[in-house]
Design a protein around this ligand. Structure first.
Ligand SMILES: [Fe+2]
Length: 465
């Protein structure tokens, strides 16, 4: 006898206890709970022939990108493949194939399989999440949204985890410049479930991208922010709050959140490296002395060199190696990225590695004081807002800012002015951008524009609603 999950998707298990643990695991995972893996292990213990439980546990391992995840995930994959795949549903069989593609580094292939699974099974929440997140890291902008939009009509508010679908849609719309509609979905998601941390995260992105820093801080303040039993999304949400303070020019508060919340225990987990390095880079860009904090990231960053999955993590490893003066290690990383470019046959991934190579090379030049070369490298790949690197608009903003500051330091004032003018058009409530724009205008000899820009900057902190 076969059972179905809480959304009616058939599962090839004969154990009600295994099914119960499976459902709990998917629900826990939807709220970023660490306990999701434990529940899935329990499902396997209850039914050692439960194909989908092995597969999902493998997915969890891959998504966590822990050290050597492919080793742990491969064990899950082999266990799933050792079950009787002739006796499972096409959805389950395809899921195992997707896990194999992912484990073998064929991320694009995995996303194509997940899309086909969703075409047939639009209520497959976990597959939708996997597709949504992987498209995010792969820089597939439209697909971040369309991983939801294609299937949204099949969902209704009575279904378990409807909020998760709304939260994903919010995020996808925002990344595709439809933040107003995104906010509507995001707020509905949180009304349904305040524990839906992806929806909380999505609304944080919207408010940041809309330049509503104080609204973003107030929004996050409605939660107690301890977020027990959660993975690193918790630290990433603290990072979002710190970023809002940085944009307002309150660096003391930014550093307080850095030290006490999102960077107090930096592990080699990719989000830890990204959150901490990107914030230190931003702080140094505005002249803040960050002390020995780069060294505290160093061990974690070096460990990521041997376990490279995302161009966006490489960028932060490069920042850390550059700022700690580890030239040999940085050159080693640049060599590995160059190798990626040579080996890859997928045109989209080639673009990702090409952008990655240029940006990491720029970081190396920047950290050596060769700002002209850094600028040249960055400008060579800046079209589409460095999109091939993956991640979000607001995360990649650190690279656009780097281009502007490199231009300032290289005395290429006209280019600096254009970079910061573009940023101001997108977000006039960013105090730091006004100050950089003022420096660029001053360099261009336009003292009037510089004076006006500095006057604008002074209004930002007083703008609290
Ligand atoms: Fe984020």
């Amino acid at each position: 006898m076969k059972y179905a999950d809480v959304r009616g998707l058939e599962l090839s298990t004969t154990s009600t206890k295994a099914l119960s643990a499976y459902n709990k695991s998917i629900a826990a995972n939807a709220e970023y709970r660490i306990s999701a893996s434990k529940y899935m292990e329990r499902a396997i213990n209850e039914d050692p022939n439960f194909t989908m439980a092995y597969c999902v546990l493998g997915y969890y391992m891959m998504a966590a990108e822990a050290m050597a995840p492919e080793g742990m995930a491969r064990t899950c994959l082999e266990s799933a493949e050792a079950t009787n795949l002739d006796n499972v549903t096409p959805r389950e069989r395809a899921s195992v194939a997707a896990l194999r593609a992912w484990v073998e580094g064929r991320q694009d292939d995995a996303t194509v399989i997940w899309e086909r699974i969703l075409d047939e099974n639009p209520l497959d929440l976990l597959t939708m999440q996997l597709l949504h997140y992987r498209c995010f890291w792969l820089g597939k902008k439209e697909s971040i949204r369309d991983s939801v939009s294609r299937y949204f009509a099949h969902w209704d508010p009575s279904m378990p985890n409807y909020s998760n679908v709304l939260g994903m849609y919010c995020f996808g719309l925002n990344e595709n410049d439809d933040s107003a509609r995104g906010l509507e979905y995001g707020r509905r998601a949180i009304d349904l479930n305040k524990d839906d941390l992806w929806a909380v995260h999505a609304v944080s992105h919207v408010l940041n991208d809309q330049g509503e820093q104080y609204a973003g801080i107030s929004f996050l303040d409605q939660f107690d922010k301890t977020w027990v039993d959660r993975n690193s999304i918790r630290e990433h949400l603290w990072w979002h709050e710190a970023l809002l303070w940085w944009e307002l020019g309150d660096f003391e508060k930014t550093l307080e959140l850095y030290d006490h919340h999102f960077a107090k225990n930096i592990t080699p987990f990719y989000l830890d490296v990204q959150n901490s390095a990107s914030m230190l880079w931003r702080l140094e860009s505005v002249g803040i002395d960050v002390g020995n904090r780069w060294m505290q990231i160093s061990d974690a960053a070096i460990k990521r060199i041997d376990y490279r999955y995302l161009p966006w993590t490489d960028v932060h490893v490069a920042m850390t190696l550059g700022r700690t003066g580890q030239k040999n290690e940085l050159n080693g990383l640049l060599g590995l990225i160059q190798d990626d470019k040579v080996k890859i046959r997928n045109a989209r991934m080639y673009s990702a590695f090409e952008t990655n190579s240029a940006v990491c090379q720029a970081i190396s030049s920047y950290c050596s004081g060769d700002y002209s070369s850094a600028l040249d490298s960055l400008l060579s790949v800046r079209s589409d807002n460095f999109r091939p690197l993956g991640a979000s608009n607001v995360q990649r903003d650190v690279i656009a800012m780097m281009a502007g500051i490199a231009a300032l330091k290289a005395k290429e004032y006209a280019t600096a002015r254009s970079v910061f003018a573009q940023r101001l058009e997108a977000k006039p409530s960013n105090k730091m951008t006004w100050l950089f724009y003022a420096d660029a205008a001053e360099g261009c000899g336009d003292r009037n524009a510089a004076k006006n820009a500095r006057a604008m900057a002074t209004t930002i902190l007083g703008a609290k609603a």
